[in-house]
Design a protein around this ligand. Sequence first.
Ligand code: SF4
Length: 249
Amino acid sequence: MRIFSVFGITQSGKTTTIENIIRELKKRRYSVGSVKEIHFEQFAIDKEGTNTYRHRMAGSELVTARGYKETDILFQRMLSMDEILKFYHHNFVVLEGVTDCNVPKIVTAHNTAEVDERLDDTVFAISGRIANDITEYKGIPVISAVDNIDGLVDLIEEKVFEKLPDFPPECCSACGFTCRELGIKILRGEAKREDCVLSDSNIKLFVDGREIDMVPFVQKILFNSIEGVVKELEGYKKGATIEIRMGGM
Ligand code: SF4
């Protein structure tokens, strides 16, 4: 999945930018998902007095509202972005207002002062109202999502790569960088997505159908443990694919 974030101050054109990007990506036949971060502490769909609220207050840990038009699964806490992204299986996922995720970013702004407050090495484009005034800032293209959505989505197709893991530096540095540093190098054209050693790893772990990222050290332990046991069994062939399915214990 190729994931990027669009963030910026309120009324800077963020949602319009995202709407137009989604429409254009769909026009180009990509599947698209999105995540909207709500910066409002009191936000909750589940209001006091509703039946789902009553389920929750009675102790239900996962409440689902199943209706004719939509199904809402109401988690009773804020999920991490990685937990949320496990539900997505799209070509592109657009994050609105998310800054704590290791993905390329587009800043929307009214002016350069607002850009400066948000600029870092993960920003590959600037958009929003500022695009009425300038076409480039500090070497970064400034592109209107209203007048030039083709140009903006061309750049997204060029720059946005399959999401990298986001391990702390002490867990993995097998590519010679941290996960975040490798992301920045890919954006600058100084590295490739395949430089992440997990890209061609020969062991994958799924829990309830969802892939779990494992640092190389853990991959190695798991691989050696499984291979150590399986090679003693009749039917083992070196280099063959091994599948193990485990139910609840
Ligand atoms: S090899 Fe992959 S997982 Fe390891 S630090 Fe580099 S990008 Fe992160």
